[in-house]
Design a protein around this ligand. Structure first.
Ligand code: FCB
Length: 473
């Protein structure tokens, strides 16, 4: 007789639910079963939310606004930052990821604006006063219009302008910033702006994308050395998007090959380059990018930042698709928590070679009604917990985002916030608050989906009390 076999996904959830059932059973028999029933995160785990300047601050003129993608007043975080950090503090966060707006700080080449830097000093002081450790991104997709006019990241010589900005900022703010992130998702930016033509400067010159990605990596390496020169104790990292990829047609060698290629290009090449110090990548139709070991890229990381959102299927032509009938967010992105574990497993050898910790610097979904966010959070944090048990050194998690904001070419429609624009908490913010406060959550929360969808934490807590389960001792 043929034994029925579980798919990987079924196997994974069977294991999670099995563990939950065992935990409850042991509890009923009054046996100590804390390990089974509570997903405990390591002591000192970093809990926070992430934002970026252009998406939340408002009142910024840069290459995006000049190109017609104007964020206007955005979430007015420029004026409301203290109130916003108050919310983050109330949500139990102990850290916050934000970015600085280069265009505010250096409105003309070589002219640095003292008032802009004074503003960011206040912002950072406020974070410290509220017990929130700042993780500060220096570049998050936007640049001053003058930099774009010089040819932006297409020209290697322009990296010097970025470094001048980094020098000014790090000199001025180093006493307030323990963690610097040089760049956010350089490869995503290179392809969206230079291959897909969706972001300024809207190029569809495929060969440019790889060049731009190469220049951004060089910029990262040089900025890493510069920051350490100015602030030896700084922790400096790079944030990269990792997307789970699977063949759209498992029977098609072309689809398999295209998946492999995309995985190497989007998920692996960057880490390989940072471990070895060299990059030599030739992609059909995209051309070639090379980085020589003499560039000093090797080991330029004190920590790794991963943004994880979704899984894509890759067809034989290398096009990305969403699985049919997949559970999706309002942007149509598949909700696929297992992919986070897969990506962290892929990353493990690199983190080990570099001997650096990993932070999840973004993870979240567009969900205006908050119908899926609590469950999304729990499922992703459950796999994160699993990754930690497997020895992957994950030290923190930042949810994207603290409040609704300007989602690039998609505008204001997608709602990624734990709060909406008027700073009303979505119910999932309470769930996240309980998790952050208790540094984990009871495993059975994963199985009370419906209650968690709405009055999430209230229902879960009440249930815990009725059953006599203390969240944590
Ligand atoms: C990431 C970006 C971030 C936000 C989320 C939804 O790729 O880094 O700014 O837009 O996607």
């Amino acid at each position: 007789m043929k034994t029925p076999r579980l798919s990987k996904k079924q196997g994974f959830w069977a294991a999670v639910l099995g563990a939950a059932a065992l935990g409850l059973l042991a509890y009923r028999q009054r046996k100590p079963a804390k390990l089974m029933s509570f997903l405990d995160f390591p002591e000192g785990f970093v809990w926070g939310a992430a934002t970026s300047a252009y998406q939340v601050e408002g009142g910024i003129s840069n290459d995006w606004s000049a190109a017609g993608l104007d964020a206007g007043q955005a979430a007015d975080h420029y004026h409301r930052y203290a109130e916003d950090f108050g919310h983050a503090q109330e949500m139990g966060h102990n850290a916050h990821r934000l970015s600085l707006e280069w265009a505010r700080i250096e409105p003309e080449p070589g002219r640095f604006d003292d008032a802009a830097i004074a503003h960011y000093r206040h912002v950072l002081q406020d974070l410290h006063a509220k017990g929130l450790t700042p993780f500060v991104t220096l570049w998050h997709f936007t640049q001053p219009q003058w930099f774009a006019q010089l040819g932006g990241w297409q020209r290697e010589e322009n990296i010097a302008s970025f470094l001048a900005y980094v020098r000014y900022v790090v000199t001025a703010l180093q006493d307030l910033v323990p963690y610097w992130i040089t760049l956010n998702e350089p490869i995503v930016y290179a392809f969206q702006a230079y291959e897909e033509g969706l972001w300024p400067p809207f190029e569809k010159e495929r060969s440019q994308a790889l060049q731009v990605a190469g220049h951004l990596l060089l910029a990262h390496g040089r900025a890493f050395h510069l920051i350490h020169e100015l602030q030896p104790q700084a922790q400096v990292g790079l944030v990269k998007n990792m997307t789970a990829l699977a063949p759209a047609q498992v029977w098609s060698p072309l689809s398999l090959l295209a998946t492999r290629l995309q995985h190497r290009l989007f998920n692996e090449a960057c880490w390989q380059a940072l471990v070895s110090g060299k990059l030599s990548l030739k992609v059909p139709q995209l051309g070639e990018v090379k980085i020589d070991p003499s560039e000093g890229l090797k080991g330029t990381l004190d920590f790794i930042g991963i943004n994880y959102y979704t899984r894509n299927l890759v067809n034989g032509r290398g096009e990305l698709r969403t699985r049919r009938k997949a559970r999706t967010s309002e942007l149509g992105w598949e909700i696929y928590p297992e992919g986070l574990l897969q990506m962290l497993r892929q990353l493990k050898p690199y983190a080990r070679k570099l001997k650096v910790p990993v932070y999840i610097t973004e993870n979240g979904l567009a969900d205006a009604q908050d119908a899926q966010r609590s469950q999304f959070l729990l499922e992703h944090l459950a796999v994160l917990w699993q990754a930690i048990q497997e020895g992957i050194p994950v030290k923190g998690y930042f949810h994207w985002s603290l409040m609704d904001n300007f989602e690039w070419a998609e505008g204001f429609e997608p709602r990624f916030g734990l709060m909406d624009m008027s700073r009303r908490w979505r119910p999932s913010a309470e769930v996240y608050r309980e998790i952050a406060r208790h540094n984990g959550f009871p495993l059975y929360w994963l199985s009370i989906k419906r209650k968690l969808r709405r009055r999430a934490s209230a229902a879960a807590l009440q249930h815990s009390h009725q059953k006599g389960i203390t969240l944590k001792e």
